[in-house]
Write a protein of this length. Structure first.
Length: 91
């Protein structure tokens, strides 16, 4: 990976652990979904796309992305998930 390349673009890097890869893939999915639909995906749509069994896993991943400043959302409200300009700039 180049030094100027965003870290999340290396999601297929074998050096990353599976959780980091999933969080990166989740960020990419949210950004692409937003660009196509102009509204955020539901937790169930993210869960299905990521192939995980638990919505808790998705909530934890969203908390990580929110702390990193890549997404904003209002918990417990539908379709409030929005990628930040920081995330959209890296696609």
């Amino acid at each position: 990976m180049r030094p100027d390349e965003p870290a999340w673009k290396a999601w297929d890097d074998d050096a990353l652990d599976p959780k980091d890869k999933r969080v990166i893939r989740t960020a990419m999915f949210i950004a692409v979904y937003w660009q196509r639909h102009r509204y955020g995906p539901t937790l169930r749509e993210i869960q299905s796309e990521m192939g995980v069994a638990s919505l808790t896993t998705i909530r934890e991943d969203l908390a990580i992305l929110s702390k990193q400043g890549l997404v904003t959302y209002i918990p417990k409200q539908a379709r409030t998930l929005v990628p930040t300009d920081t995330l959209l700039a890296q696609i």
